[in-house]
Design a protein around this ligand. Structure first.
Ligand code: HEC
Ligand code: HEC
Ligand code: HEC
Ligand code: HEC
Ligand code: HEC
Ligand code: HEC
Ligand code: HEC
Ligand code: HEC
Length: 508
């Protein structure tokens, strides 16, 4: 009896200790998870162990392995092969240390696990960013600034400039027979004319469009990195699309920098108004979740105007016109500009009132319409007529006025519109509207007058007269007549009074 009681006690005792240990271990795990720098140990399966044995331990690109070990992918067991493995017959594949792999991991590869993100991205303007060959800007890279055939067709201005943002058409090197070239390790030699490159709309060897690592830097694939504004700023900056500078100037950017630590940038999910509230980043407004909307990988989903062209139009205008011309009904998932704007407003509502946001959009629409009507449309009409009447040549960028006009719409006119869209008043005014006005009145108008005079001198009187008539109509129109001294007398008197009032402020 006594022995069996003792046995029972021992069993209970042992069980209690085991239970206590398990409990403590579980608690310790919880504590670990709650620690700010906690990372689960990477899961390294057989395939990946083989890769890591060289790439990590023997120092071949050691950093790559360290970054991967530190990633969510390593934590959930997505190893080297899960991304780099290729199928026999893939154009980009090659035999490497007993495995068939590809160097470039394309949207098709990521899509094996992230199908929704890949599909949204592929349908976006971002994925088409490599289709710039026929654009006016491309004449700059391949002809005006550079030379497409320079250095054995290396096209340096495009390869190191345009394509690093827009994406190259990736190619491999070939031997004399036109077959793919491999190095002594058997690695397929990608063509330096086209790679390294992580441009947004890169055209990959497997035929897919785009590059997920345009935003998601390898091999951390860190969610915090991709949400910060600097991420988009690799491309969205500079004189013709200064979105990063505009954001930095805006109160949103100011608040982001002041409260970066409170932004919870690595939280998953990351819902504005719930997981953070100090400021929106580019991702917040254009991509990330709200309590009512999921994350989108189509950055056009919340945009209503396109601010890039010579004259802005609503973002769906070109598509709508296409369906109308073909007499086809709109597809069910067609997003109108009104629906897109609704999506963006839903982001704003997490931090602002409806009235506030409505009024902001009114200010923004007014600014886009002002640029369009006062400068965009008249300048475009003048350029078209100059070309049609033969006062300038059909060759792009060989006439001075073509450069003047390019600055007006492609740089300054964009800055004015983009500044207004994202609360950057200096970009709207001094880098924008002011420069547009200076360019129009002080350069474009005198240059048109010169071309008219030249035309008359060189036997093109009738053509020159037609251009003169258009310029005359523009300068006599409501918004431009001040320039030729034809302002309404009451308007002049009102300005004079206001000016006297203003001077008084400083003369005491
Ligand atoms: C025996 C050592 C070894 C093993 C094992 C190994 N690699 Fe490599 N790998 C190399 C070396 C060496 C290079 C060339 C490095 C260089 O050029 O600096 C390389 C290059 C690469 C490249 C880049 C090719 C390029 O075009 O730049 C990739 C991608 C790659 N390895 C992936 C893998 C993967 C995935 C595995 C596991 C299946 C793996 N490697 C296993 C040694 C190894
Ligand atoms: C989540 C997918 C993913 C995983 C996992 C992954 N890679 Fe990569 N890897 C990429 C992408 C994307 C690139 C960029 C290729 C490009 O677009 O140029 C890349 C590039 C590389 C390169 C060439 C880049 C350079 O800077 O020289 C090497 C080498 C490489 N990976 C090795 C590895 C090794 C080794 C592992 C495992 C420790 C690994 N990769 C895991 C996606 C991945
Ligand atoms: C074999 C499947 C697989 C492949 C291939 C893969 N991933 Fe992942 N990825 C995952 C899993 C699983 C997670 C973790 C999911 C989760 O936390 O909900 C993840 C997480 C992520 C995250 C979020 C990281 C974080 O910190 O929360 C990003 C970003 C990401 N992947 C991007 C990519 C990109 C880009 C590629 C291609 C270059 C890629 N993945 C390829 C399976 C994969
Ligand atoms: C710093 C990165 C960067 C460089 C370099 C660059 N672009 Fe762009 N480009 C962009 C961005 C970003 C946009 C979109 C701007 C926007 O939406 O406001 C754009 C827009 C365009 C557009 C308008 C596309 C449309 O749908 O309306 C064309 C065409 C274009 N770029 C061609 C070129 C060419 C050609 C070059 C080289 C001469 C070049 N770009 C250099 C980033 C760049
Ligand atoms: C324009 C930049 C950009 C590109 C290109 C991009 N992503 Fe993302 N991705 C983001 C941002 C920003 C987030 C964070 C969204 C959020 O706030 O949760 C994200 C999040 C993710 C996540 C985490 C899950 C989620 O929805 O939050 C995965 C997985 C992912 N991306 C995969 C991909 C894949 C695959 C591709 C290529 C097909 C890709 N991304 C291309 C910016 C980008
Ligand atoms: C690698 C360069 C690059 C990066 C990084 C990049 N973009 Fe872009 N983005 C472009 C280019 C190029 C275009 C113009 C595409 C076109 O129409 O040809 C563009 C267009 C856009 C547009 C206009 C979309 C439309 O449908 O008209 C938005 C909005 C945008 N990007 C937002 C973002 C945001 C937000 C990020 C960061 C999360 C980002 N981009 C990161 C290159 C980039
Ligand atoms: C507060 C929200 C907000 C933030 C933050 C924000 N944007 Fe925007 N963005 C907008 C709005 C609103 C528009 C105009 C949308 C419309 O036309 O309806 C816009 C327009 C754009 C466009 C379209 C330009 C075109 O050519 O049509 C691009 C590109 C863009 N943003 C990129 C960025 C980038 C990059 C960042 C960060 C550096 C950023 N945005 C930050 C709200 C935001
Ligand atoms: C995460 C919260 C958040 C989101 C989302 C957000 N904002 Fe803001 N916004 C702020 C904060 C904070 C300020 C600074 C308030 C102040 O001046 O004290 C601000 C300021 C502004 C201003 C005033 C700018 C100035 O210079 O006075 C405007 C206009 C504005 N936001 C419009 C928008 C619009 C439009 C959207 C959506 C496209 C938006 N905001 C999205 C937080 C947000």
């Amino acid at each position: 009896m006594a022995t069996s009681l003792n046995t029972k006690r021992t069993i209970i005792g042992v069980l209690s200790v085991v239970f206590l240990i398990i409990l403590l271990m579980a608690l310790w795990k919880e504590v670990q998870h709650a620690m700010p720098d906690y990372k689960a140990a990477p899961i390294i399966d057989e395939g990946t162990r083989h890769c890591v044995s060289c790439h990590g331990e023997k120092g071949v690109g050691k950093v790559i392995v360290e970054q991967w070990k530190d990633s969510k992918h390593a934590e959930v067991g997505v190893g080297c092969l899960e991304c780099h493995q290729a199928q026999k017959g893939d154009v980009d594949g090659y035999e490497h240390e007993g495995q068939f792999i590809a160097t470039i991991v394309t949207p098709n590869d990521c899509a094996k696990c992230h199908a929704e993100e890949a599909e949204q991205f592929t349908n976006s303007h971002h994925a088409d960013a490599g289709m710039i060959m026929g654009s006016l800007d491309n004449v700059l890279a391949e002809v005006v600034e550079g030379h497409a055939a320079f250095m054995d067709d290396a096209n340096p201005a495009a390869a190191s400039g345009c394509w690093q943002c827009h994406g190259s058409r990736v190619q491999f090197q070939t031997d004399e027979n036109g077959d793919p070239k491999y190095n002594d390790l058997g690695i397929l030699m990608l063509d330096p004319k086209t790679w390294p490159n992580t441009g947004m709309g890169r055209i990959n060897l497997d035929g897919s469009k785009g590059s997920c690592s345009a935003c998601h830097n390898r091999h951390h694939f860190s969610i915090a990195q991709v949400r910060q504004p600097e991420n988009c700023g690799k491309c969205h900056m500079g004189p013709d699309h200064p979105q990063l500078e505009i954001y930095n100037e805006s109160k949103h950017g100011i608040n982001f920098r002041a409260h970066r630590e409170d932004m919870n940038l690595d939280a998953q999910p990351w819902i504005v108004g719930q997981d953070y509230s100090a400021a929106p980043t580019c991702a917040t407004c254009h991509m990330s979740a709200t309590p009512d909307q999921p994350v989108t990988h189509d950055v056009g989903d919340r945009i209503s105007w396109t601010l890039r062209p010579k004259v802005s139009e609503k973002i769906d205008a070109a598509e709508l016109a296409k369906y109308e011309a073909q007499g086809k009904p709109l597809p069910e998932d067609f997003l109108t500009w009104e629906q897109r704007r609704k999506g963006m407003k839903n982001v704003c509502y997490q931090c602002h009132t409806k009235i506030y946001v409505e009024n902001f959009y009114k200010q923004y629409d007014n600014m886009v319409n002002l640029y369009n009507d006062k400068f965009g449309k008249p300048a475009l009409a003048l350029m078209k007529l100059l070309k049609k009447e033969g006062l300038i040549t059909p060759i792009p960028f060989d006439d001075k006025i073509e450069w003047t006009y390019f600055f007006l719409w492609h740089h300054e006119g964009r800055r004015a519109r983009m500044g207004a869209s994202m609360m950057g008043p200096d970009y709207t005014q001094w880098h924008g509207n002011f420069e547009v006005a200076d360019r129009f009145y002080m350069e474009m108008v005198p240059e048109v007058q010169e071309l008219i005079a030249e035309g008359k001198k060189h036997g093109k009187s009738a053509q020159a007269d037609r251009v003169a008539k258009l310029l005359d109509d523009i300068l006599n129109s409501e918004m431009h007549k001040w320039f030729i001294g034809k302002s309404d007398p009451e308007e002049v008197a009102r300005r004079k009074a206001a000016s006297a009032e203003f001077r008084k402020r400083y003369s005491q």
